[in-house]
Design a protein around this ligand. Structure first.
Ligand code: ADP
Ligand code: MG
Length: 692
């Protein structure tokens, strides 16, 4: 138990200015105690300590100016606005307000002293401040002495209140020493300041402090806190992991069925597939649930690895469910599994939105009475009506498209008291190492880092749309030589309908331009059955060119297709470009990917296209993607919950990750009190860690 005057035991309502209403709003920010306030850190600063002469203003720089109101007039342009001219002897600048009151206008009296905070922008009247913060005289208060912190906030909580609370918390720090939670000796704090000093530096940096260093995270005060935050983060993850490992799972083993399958294949496993299958087998033998993530580039042969795992479970008498995020992808698995497992006498059941009432009822009955050993499907699998007799293994493809809740729902279907099924997750968008360690604790991930033999790296070219005719000619030549091609239409619009229309239009044009070829079209608005039929015709080689929307991102496997054209490639992110490109290069012949782009290209788009041209390694692409997009957005698209760090930055602080892990493990083993305090201090108990 900590001291009664410890900051985590001082309720926020004991600070001045916090009544019950404010306390409620502050709670939304996770601020309940004095300690929470101390660790609620600014994300940027404004320099309100000096006045900038108007003559020296530069656009888009936050400044303070001080001068005299020269005029304030309501003008009627496109929009009614209040224009206030301010001069200080070095120049003139305009404040522009679109929303204003009569009282406001009257207060901006000619000749009044005025101080303005804000960022000027180029406008109709030269540099203008739009809706700036300002104060009017006659007497203006003294200027700020330290830089003004800007805090993350929420509706109804003003910066002023947060600044005021931080001020009180820092006052408290002057007479109290905050508890160091990472025992000296565990962490090399060489040269880094103590906690109190680091906190006051971040909340109230002095005007001569190097703000750049504070903001870009290279200041020792930031490093000091980043280290602690990362340790806390690792602890959160390890603790959650430990909780999961405390659950039971059935012991699964058996080699007979896998052996039969491997004997029936026309090829041998790659070394990487063998290794990963070995890792999975070892997991399944334990009576704790496996939570393993298999990362392997497109075409690396993950499906076969999944099939091997499924056979182990079935041989032990348990049921297996394989879930994929789209019907198309699920169908692809269904076909693979049927092709491989039917000869072994195993029936593969199918559950998806398009399954008819009768077939559905039969499948549900087989899963419930245990006669159905293996089911492949979509979201339909975790619906309420689905019950399993003995679900022992869940396989999830492309897990980032499922939410945590959905995955848990499926797991619950296999729960018996404290026992839950094993879980295997497949992903073709590799997780950058940096993130793997922080999001998944780097535990239980396997990498298939070897392609089946004979694959040649895809050659990628980026071309402006003005070269479209050349591209069409190239398709003609390639297809007449007997290979096949994809033309992928992309559209920013999320709407399936618009995407479908665009694809139809392209389909018509290409059909006209290439009368000697058979052209096929698939898009998301078609019925599953129709899509499947058209895709099957393409697979069988009855069509040479497949025009498609990004629906073909997953689940199409035609080794004879060696040419891919992507329209508007500049609009797609790296992960998606990589996924799409993976549709070619699946056979022995040299494949090509042509990225058509619209000019002008943004800087980021240029970089993305360059990355695609230069590498086909999914891990390199994932790291670049992370750098270009930043971890927030990267994680956001993966529904890993709120993993936002307060001050740490996964990319910038990568080097600290491994030491933080070690410290976390040590704390967990020997310092339970500190663990609890660190979690409370940094995570406030609310973070939702990904459970692979
Ligand atoms: P992904 O990892 O993208 O899911 P798949 O499992 O779909 O890859 O495999 C891609 C293709 O490679 C499939 O046609 C599959 O049958 C084939 N394949 C898988 N493993 C091997 C191997 N060891 N040797 C040759 N071909 C393989
Ligand atoms: Mg696959």
């Amino acid at each position: 138990m900590s001291r009664p005057d410890a900051p985590e035991r001082i309720d926020i309502t004991r600070l001045k200015g916090v009544g019950p209403r404010a306390a409620e709003r502050l709670a939304k920010l996770g601020l309940h105690t004095l300690e929470d306030v101390l660790f609620h850190l600014p994300f940027r600063y404004e320099d309100r300590t000096r006045i900038t002469p108007i003559g020296g203003l530069r656009p888009e720089q936050g400044v303070v100016i001080e001068g005299e109101v020269l005029a304030a007039d309501v003008v009627f342009g496109k929009r009614r606005s209040l224009l206030c001219k301010v001069g200080d002897g070095t120049g003139l600048v305009v404040l522009r307000f679109y929303h204003f009151s009569a009282a406001q206008k009257n207060a901006l009296e000619k000749g009044r002293a005025i101080r303005v905070y804000g960022e000027p922008r180029p406008g109709a009247a030269g540099l203008e401040f739009y809706h700036p913060e300002y104060q009017t005289g006659p007497d203006l208060p003294p200027l700020e002495k330290s830089l003004t912190p800007i805090y993350p906030t929420t509706d109804g909580v003003s910066q002023k209140l947060l600044r005021n609370l931080a001020g009180q918390a820092l006052q408290w720090l002057r007479t109290h020493e905050p508890e160091e939670l990472i025992p000296a000796g565990l962490l090399d704090r060489g040269g880094l300041p103590g906690l109190a000093e680091a906190l006051s530096k971040l909340h109230h940096p002095q005007p001569d402090d190097p703000v750049d260093l504070l903001l870009d995270g290279n200041h020792p005060a930031v490093k000091r806190l980043v280290m602690e935050e990362m340790v806390a983060h690792q602890l959160g993850m390890l603790a959650k992991r430990a909780g999961q490992k405390a659950l039971q799972a059935p012991t699964l083993e058996g080699e007979r069925l896998t052996g039969q399958l491997l004997k029936s294949l026309p090829f041998a496993l790659t070394g990487a597939q063998q290794r990963v299958i070995g890792e999975i087998r070892a997991d399944l033998r334990r009576h704790h649930p496996m939570l393993r993530l298999i990362q392997g580039d497109v075409g690396s042969g993950k499906t076969l690895v999944a099939a091997a795992a499924a056979l182990v479970a079935m041989e032990s008498g348990y049921q297996v469910a394989l879930m994929a995020p789209t019907e198309l992808l699920a169908e692809q698995h269904l076909n693979n599994f049927r092709q491989w497992l039917t000869p072994l006498g195993i029936q593969v059941h199918w559950l998806a939105g398009s399954v008819g009432v009768k077939a559905r009822r039969e499948t549900l009955a087989a899963l419930a009475d245990g006669s159905g050993a293996l089911v492949v499907g979509t979201h339909a699998l975790f619906q309420e009506a689905v019950a399993f007799q003995r679900l022992g293994l869940i396989i999830i493809d492309e897990q980032h498209r499922f939410g945590v809740q959905q995955r848990l729902a499926l797991r619950e279907k296999g729960r018996f008291g404290n026992q839950v099924p094993h879980q295997l997750t497949l992903t073709a968008t590799p997780i950058p190492r940096t993130l793997a360690m922080s999001v998944y604790g780097d535990l239980d991930t396997s990498v298939i880092d070897e392609m089946p033999p004979g694959r040649k790296p895809i050659q990628t070219l980026a071309l402006p749309t003005s070269r479209r005719d050349d591209v069409v000619a190239r398709i003609r030549a390639a297809c007449l030589e007997g290979t096949q091609a994809y033309w992928v239409c992309t559209l920013i619009e999320e709407s399936d309908e618009l995407q479908a229309q665009a694809a139809e239009a392209t389909f018509e044009t290409l059909r006209e331009a290439l009368p000697e070829l058979t052209v096929e079209l698939v898009h998301g608005r078609m019925k599953a059955k129709e899509k499947q039929e058209r895709m099957a015709r393409f697979s069988r080689g009855e069509a040479q060119l497949l025009v498609a929307t990004t629906v073909i991102e997953v689940g199409v496997d035609v080794p004879n297709a060696t040419l891919m054209v992507m329209e508007n490639a500049e609009r797609l992110g790296l992960a998606q470009l990589h996924q799409l490109r993976g549709r070619v290069g699946r056979g022995g012949a040299q494949s090509y990917c042509l990225l058509l782009y619209q000019t002008p290209l943004s800087q980021t788009a240029k970089k993305r296209l360059a990355v695609m041209r230069d590498t086909s390694d999914g891990f390199v692409i994932a790291e670049e993607d992370l750098k270009l997009r930043g971890p927030g957005e990267w994680l956001g698209t993966r529904q890993t919950g709120d993993l936002a760090f307060r001050i740490a930055d996964l990319v910038r602080d990568e080097a600290l990750m491994a030491p933080a892990r070690q410290v976390a493990a040590e704390l967990l083993a020997n310092h339970p009190h500190q663990v609890e305090r660190l979690l409370r201090r940094w995570l406030r108990g609310g973070e939702d860690f990904a459970d692979v």
